[in-house]
Design a protein around this ligand. Structure first.
Ligand SMILES: [Ca+2]
Length: 288
């Protein structure tokens, strides 16, 4: 959609926010309606501190702290009780931005969007080396499965049969997790628990148990009933349960992406403040 403006970046004064943790959603605006985007992406969570100003770059999805007078010489610091959010956005395409105060509840039906993602980043309690069998070998699509064996393209801990070991995996899009598919490609059966990181970075136990050992590669599907969204999990292995290295090739995160549920909507110079859990005045999707 061409709104006849240049591509020059423009700064828009955003909302004053209580200090806290937020997701910022943005996407290219679809149709001539407020709050309608055909490509929502969630960024963050970001922690905003009172008395500071922040600039969210709608184009790149990054947030940085700024001195407000760099945006306008008329501006002073926000009060200690609030954080000021600004948007840096191109004028070429209309953008929809929503600041969500807390992660939304899972959404049913047409508003939900189930995703299957491969890990983007990984760290571990230990790794056999920084290349072969490193934690990063558990990112991306499977490249070992269905082979079973001691293969460099899967993660392995430094030592075999070495007590509790963990593998942390991060994904691009926060989802309400329904299932985790773990591609175990050497000595399966050591998985003892799954933890999910919440917005505060605290790990919440989502599953614990035991599985039958196996002598061939398998996909271990673990059903999760998560009542919050997350983009980071921890897989806990008790490596003493199954002798030899217990290697993981890849981990798929299956879950529902929640669309923003409540928050502060902005399109261009239009800013609508809606209370958490409900809308007053203009509804998302309502024509300007
Ligand atoms: Ca792999």
């Amino acid at each position: 959609m061409d709104i006849g403006a240049s591509k020059t970046d423009r700064y828009t004064a955003g909302p004053l926010l209580d200090p806290g943790t937020y997701l910022i959603w943005s996407g290219k605006r679809a149709s001539g309606e407020i709050g309608v985007s055909d490509d929502w992406k969630a960024y963050g969570p970001f922690t905003l501190t009172g008395g500071k100003s922040y600039l969210f770059d709608v184009w790149s999805g990054t947030l940085e702290e700024v001195d407000p007078w760099t945006l306008s010489s008329m501006l002073n610091q926000a009060s200690p009780n609030v954080a000021r959010l600004w948007y840096k956005r191109p004028t070429m395409d209309p953008q929809v931005v929503c600041v969500e105060r807390a992660l939304g509840d899972p959404v049913d039906g047409a508003d939900a969007d189930e995703l299957r993602q491969w890990a983007a980043r990984a760290t571990a309690s230990s790794e056999y080396s920084s290349t072969g069998w490193a934690a990063l070998q558990a990112t991306g699509e499977p490249d070992t499965y269905p082979d079973h064996g001691d293969i460099t393209t899967a993660w392995a801990s430094l030592e075999e049969d070495d007590g509790i070991q963990w593998l942390d995996l991060e994904y691009e899009v926060p989802v309400s997790i329904s299932r985790i598919d773990i591609y175990e490609t050497f000595n399966p059966g050591a998985i003892a628990g799954i933890e999910i990181y919440d917005l505060n970075g605290e790990r919440q136990l989502a599953w614990e148990g035991s599985m039958e050992p196996a002598t061939e590669a398998r996909i271990s599907a673990i059903e999760i009933d998560s009542d919050f969204t997350s983009d980071r999990i921890r897989i806990i292995l008790d490596t003493n349960r199954v002798s030899g290295w217990n290697e993981i090739d890849a981990v798929a995160l299956i879950g529902t992406r929640s669309l923003p549920q409540s928050g502060l909507w902005s399109h261009g110079d239009v800013l609508i403040d809606a209370p958490p859990g409900g809308w007053e005045g203009v509804m998302p999707g309502e024509a300007i």
